[in-house]
Design a protein around this ligand. Structure first.
Ligand code: SAH
Ligand code: SF4
Ligand code: F3S
Length: 476
């Protein structure tokens, strides 16, 4: 019975409101969804407005100094609102989750008395208990528990899954054992673990039954996936993709983030053999100088990266390659940076993220001398970003006039438009054909002819009768 038809006397007590603000990577964004699912079971409804929330969770990121600093300014703002609400007789619980919680939980509790609860990324399935304890005293849980948190997290129902749209995340791997010398992730997310094949497939099936058409497998090192299979053997990511490809109704598979060292032959072959595996690879290289790569403890050379990309392109010539870069790593010279620029020119990226090196507590590189001056980092970042933007524009321009299958995800920015993604993860807007509606298009794949290149997206017109492409095209 919906709330509207419920007799007055049965109207439930007002639900409590929770606001979750997430920073950082896609894994964090997905963790926020899982926390929302867990809280729904506890009677919380999520809201976009922090001011009215009874519970505010900051789901934090520790990757660079700027990201981590945001936490304290956010807490400052929340503290003011908490005091205002207290004057109105309302209680507000402030919780800090995510990677800053894991790295600096104790310090947060000391520095920010307004915080009631701290929970790390591996223990947020314990949120309901922590919320209960937080009523009487401050609660903190930054363990790396033995149990698999996913076993304790409720799978959302059909309605919740559909509300998030036809493209969804599914975590298959967490943590990192690679210890790149600049990176906090091995400390905040713990050791590499892979979920069981059966658990992943069951979750994927449930999502597809609810209407999901595209699944992005997530992991800090997703291509290091090595999950126990139902037959007792260890499955790699390629084998997992092959099994997921069998799920009818699931049209598109993606994955992020990968490490060059784990890009095995089977995964490269999967890009050739599995039509549902989208032609898109995010493969961070970080730098183009072997000296810098060595100091970063990446354990691969620039030429190894070139060789991997060549093989991937042989398997899937149209694949979009994207990457991450750090400029101004300690000791990086002009010549080292030029090696990065040369690598970028040679590879040709569809897009890339680039960052100034930020020293992080507890990491090897932060102890090194020879820090690169800020203005040099800034100049290198600008040069690299300009080159990447040029390549990104060229990649998108090459789509003009092409017909490509687009998975529609949500209404477009303007009335009469629908927005979706190309196989290459480009945002595409299309006009809604006469006789169709936004709601009937969402979750469908249709062929779109790209007619225009705009600053952040492509624009096109639907050319296949809607529904044709999902039968004949991608799913074939
Ligand atoms: N697991 C992924 C990415 C992790 S973090 C991988 O192995 O590639 C995402 C990106 O942040 C990294 O690829 C790197 O480019 C950047 N990054 C990580 N630590 C950083 C630091 N200390 N300073 C600047 N950028 C950093
Ligand atoms: Fe960080 Fe390196 Fe692990 Fe990626 S592989 S999460 S950059 S330590
Ligand atoms: Fe940030 Fe943690 Fe992700 S440090 S990038 S939120 S794994």
């Amino acid at each position: 019975m919906s709330d509207k038809t419920r007799p007055e006397s049965e109207t439930p007590a007002p639900r409590r409101l929770a606001h979750i603000k997430s920073f950082g990577c896609q894994m964090n964004a997905h963790d926020a969804e899982r926390m929302a699912d867990l809280l729904a079971r506890e009677g919380y409804e999520t809201t976009d407005a922090p001011d009215n929330a009874d519970l505010v969770i900051l789901n934090t990121c520790h990757i660079r100094e700027k990201a981590a600093e945001k936490v304290y300014s956010e807490i400052g703002r929340l503290r003011v609102r908490k005091e205002e609400r207290a004057a109105e007789g309302k209680e507000t619980v402030i919780a800090v989750a995510g990677c800053v919680a894991q790295a600096e939980g104790g310090e947060i509790m000391r520095r920010a008395p307004a915080v009631d609860l701290v929970v790390g990324p591996q223990s947020y399935h314990r949120l309901p208990d922590l919320l209960k304890s937080a009523r009487s005293a401050k609660a903190i849980d930054i363990d790396f528990p033995d149990e698999d948190k996913f076993e304790h997290l409720p799978l959302p129902g059909k309605k919740r899954i559909m509300a998030r749209g036809p493209s969804a995340f599914l975590t298959v791997q967490e943590g990192c054992d690679k210890f790149c010398s600049f990176c906090v992730v091995p400390f905040t997310r713990g050791a590499e673990t892979s979920r069981l094949v059966e658990a992943v497939i069951a979750e994927a099936r449930q999502m597809v039954e609810a209407g999901v058409r595209e699944i992005m497998l997530l992991g800090q090192n997703v291509n290091a996936y090595h999950g126990a299979g139902p037959d007792g053997s260890v499955w790699d990511l390629a084998r997992l993709f092959a099994a997921l490809s069998e799920i009818s109704g699931l049209e598109r598979l993606r994955y992020a983030t990968s490490h060059p060292r784990d890009m095995n032959e089977a995964l490269i072959a999967a890009h050739r053999d599995l039509p549902k595996l989208m032609p898109y690879l995010h493969l961070p290289v970080q730098a183009g100088s072997d000296r810098v790569l060595k100091a970063m403890n990446r354990k691969h050379k620039a030429d190894d990266y070139r060789a991997i990309i060549a093989k991937v392109r042989e398997a899937r010539p149209d694949i979009a390659i994207t990457s991450d870069f750090i400029v101004g790593f300690p000791g990086e010279t002009d010549a080292d940076f030029e090696d990065t620029m040369r690598l970028v020119r040679e590879i040709g990226f569809a897009a890339a993220y680039s960052f100034k090196y930020s020293p992080r507590p507890g990491t090897k590189a932060a102890e090194a001398g020879d820090m690169v001056p800020e203005e040099v980092k800034t100049a290198r970042l600008h040069a690299l970003q300009a080159l990447i933007l040029e390549q990104q524009t060229a990649f998108n321009r090459a789509s003009l006039g092409q017909i490509m299958p687009v998975l529609f995800e949500k209404p477009g920015r303007h009335a009469g438009q629908i927005a979706g993604k190309s196989p290459y993860l480009q945002a595409v807007h299309a006009d809604i054909p006469r006789g169709e509606e936004v709601s009937s298009l969402i979750g469908r794949i249709a062929d779109v002819r790209i007619t225009e290149l705009r600053s952040n997206s492509l624009h096109g017109e639907i050319v296949s009768p809607v529904g044709e492409a999902d039968r004949g095209g991608m799913a074939a």
